[in-house]
Design a protein around this ligand. Sequence first.
Ligand code: FAD
Length: 397
Amino acid sequence: MDKRKVLIAGAGIGGLATAIALAQRGFKPVVLEKADELQEVGAGIQLSANACHVLNHLNIMPLIRDHAVAPKCIEFRHYHSGSKLFRAPLGWVHRLAFGASYLHIHRADLQLALASALQNISPNALQLGTNITVIEPRDNGVTVSCADKSEYHGELLIGADGVRSTVRESCFPEASQPQWTNNYAWRATIPTPALGDNFMPKQATVFVGPGKHVVLYYIRGGRWLNMVGVVESDQPCAKDSWSAKAPWEYLRDDFADWHPMVQQVIKAVPRDTCYRWDLYRRPALDNWHRDRVVLMGDAAHATLPFIAQGAALALEDSLVLARCLDRYNDIPLALQHFQKVRFNRCSDIQTRADENMALYHGDEAHLMRDFTSHMRAPSHYHFMSNVYRYKAAQVPL
Ligand SMILES: Cc1cc2nc3c(=O)[nH]c(=O)nc-3n(C[C@H](O)[C@H](O)[C@H](O)COP(=O)(O)OP(=O)(O)OC[C@H]3O[C@@H](n4cnc5c(N)ncnc54)[C@H](O)[C@@H]3O)c2cc1C
C-alpha cells in the first residue's frame, strides 16, 4: 500500500498501537476518538508476554516501566476458606519461557503512554472529540463524518472502536448485536496504604467461588491495588461503559460471605469509585473487512476477561495489521492476509474465555474437584503457552 492516510476509529489500546505501528512504517495515521480527553477510565489490565512483546517492538516499554508492576506469580484461592487451589509462576519464569515480561498496569497509564509515543512520532495524528457518526465508502477510500461536523478522508478506515463499534454496525450490517453474558464486572482501585502493611505479596490473587470471582493485583508501581469482581446475574444492570458506576453497598453485598482479604479490600474501596460494567460478547464475525474498511480488537472479536487477553489481542492485531499494510500494496489483499493470520487465534482465545466462565464460577463441589485438575492439565498449559509465546512482529504473513 502507498504510504498514505489511514483513518483509525478509536484511541483505545488497539487504535493507538496501530497508529504507532503505522507511523513507524511511514504511513500517516489519523486517530478519531469520540472522547474530548483521554480520561482515567478502565482499571488494571494484565499484560502477558505476547502483549509485552508488541509493546517492546513499539518502544513503549520505557514509558510504562515505572507505572507497571511485575508480579511473581498468580494464585487461585477458594472464595470462602482461602485455601490455595492452584499457583503458577510469572516473573522470570514467564520471561524465560515466553520471551517477555508479565506486567500489571492501569489501562489509563498504558493508554497515555501510547498517546504520548504517537504524539512524538506523528504530532496531530490524534483528533479528540471526533465522534464518528457517518461512514461513506468511496472508490478511492472512505470518508467519515463526526458529530462535531468535521469530515475526514482516508484510503482505509480501521475500526478500533471497541465492543460497541460504530464502524462494525454501519459497515457490517450482518453482524449480530453484542450478547449479554449474564455477568457484570466490578472494577475498583484502592490506595495500598489503606490496606495496611504487607497486605499481599507482589502477585495476582484470584478468589473463585460459585457464580463469582475476584481478581486482586497491584498497579501504579505498587501504590494502588486493582480489584475486579465478576458476578453472574439474571439481567444487565447498566451500559457496558468504562465509566458506569454503582453504589458501594451493592459491591459489599455481592461478596458478603467471601474471604476476609476480599472484605478488607472492599471496605477500603473509595465509596464513589465503584465501576460496574455489564459484560457482553460479540459472536465471531466471519469477515472482518469489506472494501476499504477493517475491524480489529474488541470491535472484531471482543473477548471476555476470563482469560485476560482482550487488550493483548488488540495489541497483536495492531502490529500484524501494520505489517500487512506495509507488505502488500493492494489494500484488499493486505486485509485478507491480516484476517487469515489472525482469525483462528482470536476465535480460539475468544472461545476459551467463554469456557473459562464455567471453570471460574463452578459450584462448591466443582471448585474442589475440577478446578485444580483443569489448571494442572497438560492441555491447559499447552494452550496458555501458545497464547503467551505468540510474537506478532515475527509471525509469517
Ligand atoms: C473487567 C475487565 C477486565 C479486563 N482485563 C483484561 C486483562 O487483564 N488483560 C487484557 O489483555 N484485557 C483485559 N480486558 C479487555 C480489554 O480491556 C479490552 O479487550 C481492550 O481494551 C480492547 O481494546 P480496543 O482498543 O479494541 O477497544 P477499547 O479499549 O474499548 O477502545 C475503543 C475506543 O474507541 C472509542 N470510540 C468508540 N466509538 C467511537 C466512535 N463512534 N467514534 C470515535 N471513537 C469511538 C472509545 O471511546 C474508545 O476510546 C478486560 C476487560 C474487562 C471488561
